[in-house]
Write a protein that binds this ligand. Structure first.
Ligand SMILES: Cc1ncc(COP(=O)(O)O)c(C=O)c1O
Length: 492
């Protein structure tokens, strides 16, 4: 009980302490208000504790790869701690798994693993992925595996849900011996639908396929256990996630992978730090992890910031965070559902499909771009629109709406209209969002649906298909310029 209270207290403290929660902008009607940030699925805000830890660390900053002077030793030790902390956070046994940092997000890690998996079992040429994948967990496999099969999703009354396990099993069975791996997202970046990753792992392993989890939307929202399951088939072979979606913009992407998969394959990237010996004729790659996987000088402050955020999340408890956010998402979904004209995509019954973080919707009769622009310009609510780098998934879900719209437009215009209409509005939540944010969103959407025509009259579509306000421009007050910041610094 006491423990729970302490965690609750910590959650409240941390949630209220993100940089950017107090950012104020002036809206098209001349009001000034606090920005409501509902775009965490794209990138989260910065956790203050992570920011402050990195700032303190800068006093000791030095390159790693040496322990001779005080700062080099501190940097090396803290950078090492960052790897270990991520492994323990994801319950990945350090004897079996390594963690290494790569690029700024998930994309480079998945590209890397797609090549590793290809080289690990070159006799197997098929990768199975789901239809809900972000392009970053689709295109790397198309490029590096010889063949990719997209597994359909469950459908309940026409609403797509999680990956269809029966279809997955059929493909695993029909292609036994040829499927190298299954790669699925833990949580959809469009609908927030949560996939049963441990069931998927179990099934994949039963057919001797590996399992790769795209953890971009998973790691900051749900507890993860990569190893130590009673049934070892439920363990995850590899997982990739992004630091910028885990409350630390500017931090690297992280790859967690079984060492035995990596150890016989020469890393794609070579250079300093990952070699034992270099001769004119040859070189010897280190056998130690993670060094061999990280050529060059790493993003040391970014990694330390990321590990700080993760440590804080762990102290609160990921189950507690998930349950807290789930209440927020389900309440918001309930409110949105009741607004006439709002269509929410994907399975909405959380008993059939649990959700985390994201809700995507359209307002009947309004382009997604227009709704997103009004939310920003008049209500100071930051959301994202279009297809969220998941074109096949989004297009499948809006097909019915497009066909409805197609009835009212000339045939020759369908292509053009399809391009314009093909998309959704996405609201997404993070640790710092509150029920009040959901109320503000609800009010804004009621206002937009009630005054759709008068709002629409304030906008025109520019040559790139973007909705631009006829009069309101990004005003000086809503502006930030690095060079002006420097001017002030230099001048001062
Ligand atoms: C599910 C999912 N996978 C992969 C990515 C790519 O992540 P990054 O942009 O950090 O490389 C994203 C980004 O939105 C995502 O949501």
């Amino acid at each position: 009980m006491n423990n729970l209270k302490t965690r609750d207290k910590l959650l409240s403290k941390v949630a209220a302490d993100f940089i950017g929660l107090d950012t104020v902008y002036k809206t098209a009607d001349g009001r000034k208000s606090r920005r409501i940030y509902l775009d965490s699925t794209a990138s989260t805000l910065m956790m203050r504790a992570a920011h402050d830890a990195v700032e303190a660390f800068y006093n000791h900053y030095a390159n790693t790869h040496s322990i001779l002077h005080f700062s080099a030793r501190i940097s090396s030790e803290q950078y090492h701690w960052a790897h270990e902390r991520i492994l323990s956070f994801l319950k990945a046994d350090p004897e079996i798994y390594t963690c290494f940092f790569t690029g700024s997000g998930t994309t480079s890690g998945i590209n890397r693993l797609a090549r590793v998996f290809r080289d690990y079992r070159p006799d197997r040429h098929i990768a199975l992925i789901s239809l809900m994948e972000h392009h970053s967990n689709d295109l790397p496999h198309r490029k590096h595996a010889k063949k990719v099969i997209h597994i359909p999703l469950n459908s309940h009354k026409g609403r797509p849900g999680c990956i269809n396990m029966e279809a997955l099993e059929n493909e695993l069975k029909n292609n036994k011996g040829s499927v190298n791996y299954v790669a699925v997202t833990g949580v959809s970046n469009v609908t927030g639908i949560i996939n049963p990753i441990y069931d998927i792992a179990e099934l994949a392993h039963e057919y001797d396929a590996l399992i790769l989890i795209d953890g971009a939307q998973l790691v900051a929202h749900l507890p993860v256990q990569m190893s130590g399951h009673n049934n070892p088939n439920r363990n995850i072979d590899a997982l990739v996630f992004s630091g910028h979606k885990t409350y630390v913009p500017g931090s690297p992407g992280a790859v967690i992978c079984r060492k035995d998969i990596l150890e016989n394959i020469e890393p794609e990237e070579v250079g300093g730090g990952m070699v034992e010996n270099v001769f004119v004729e040859s070189y010897e790659v280190k056998t130690t992890f993670p060094d061999r996987e990280e050529a060059g000088t790493p993003n040391i402050p970014g990694a330390i910031g990321l590990a700080t955020a993760i440590d804080v999340l762990d102290r609160i408890g990921m189950q507690e965070i998930f349950e807290d956010e789930e209440k927020l998402v389900l309440t918001a979904m309930d409110k949105l559902q009741k607004i006439p004209g709002v269509i929410i995509y994907g399975e909405i019954d959380c008993h059939i499909c649990p959700r985390a973080a994201s809700i995507s919707f359209n307002v009947k009769g309004m382009d997604h771009g227009l709704v997103a622009a009004i939310l920003n310009d008049y209500h100071n609510i930051a959301v994202r629109n279009e297809c969220f780098c998941a074109h096949p998934y989004v297009k499948e879900m809006i097909l019915d709406d497009l066909l409805d719209a197609a009835e009212t437009i000339a045939e020759e215009d369908i292509e053009e209209v399809f391009k314009l209409k093909s998309g959704m509005v996405r609201v997404s939540f993070g640790l710092y969002n509150t029920m009040a944010d959901g109320d503000i969103l609800e009010k804004a959407l009621i206002d937009i649906t009630e005054k759709a025509a008068s709002y629409a009259a304030q906008y025109h579509v520019d040559g790139n298909g973007n909705y631009c306000h006829n009069h309101f421009k990004l005003e000086r007050e809503n502006h930030f310029s690095v060079s002006e910041f420097i001017d002030t610094y230099v001048g001062g």
